[in-house]
Design a protein around this ligand. Structure first.
Ligand code: FE2
Ligand code: FE2
Length: 186
């Protein structure tokens, strides 16, 4: 783990590195509550933004290089590619071979239908880490230890309404993730 953090520290800007440490801390905490694998959760959380600071043209270049499907939304908002490109970096630069960890990195921004526990925890840790503050965050934080799926639904609702406010397109995977959670509520 020390090797991973040292490597990461040398590859991304300090504020992003500090964010990643806070996400890992939150991930470790949630993994303990919900019984997710500790090491894999920390790995996914630490590396989730390893491609976040690449310029848009470079993200597009790596997206093409790695054979990632680039839909119109990603083409206009290449920042979305930092998640799937980050998963490939995690595999190729950081030596992560566990597909579950790579998927958690790959889906940490949009979410997807049939998210695993590890994927849910990574997305929510990123969304609610201690350094964040935005209207509504406390509603999500209050649900984290009680109902992870409900926390996720609220997080998606907030993400979608922000995108609507900004007149941005909403990624289909986010809609699919939210529908899947809502339709499978107990
Ligand atoms: Fe991210
Ligand atoms: Fe992040």
């Amino acid at each position: 783990m020390h090797r991973l953090t040292r490597r990461l520290r040398n590859c991304i800007p300090l504020p992003r590195y500090e964010h990643s440490l806070r996400v890992a801390e939150m991930g470790e905490h949630l993994a303990e509550i919900w019984g997710a694998p500790r090491l894999e959760t920390i790995q996914a959380c630490l590396l989730h933004d390893c491609a976040r600071d690449l310029p848009r043209n470079i993200l597009l270049k790596w997206g093409v290089e790695f054979g990632i499907i680039i839909s119109e939304i990603e083409y206009y908002f290449p920042v979305l590619l930092h998640a799937p490109v980050g998963a490939e970096f995690a595999r190729r630069k950081y030596g992560i071979t566990d597909e579950r960890v790579l998927d958690a990195i790959r889906w940490h921004t949009t979410g997807r239908a049939t998210m695993s526990l590890l994927e849910k925890i990574t997305l929510l840790s990123d969304y609610t880490e201690d350094g964040r503050s935005f209207p509504g965050i406390e509603r999500v934080r209050a649900l984290l230890a009680k109902d992870l799926d409900e926390a996720l639904v609220v997080a998606f609702d907030q993400k979608v309404s922000y995108m609507l406010q900004m007149s941005w397109p909403v990624h289909p995977s986010t809609i699919e993730a939210r529908n899947w959670l809502v339709l499978n509520r107990d």
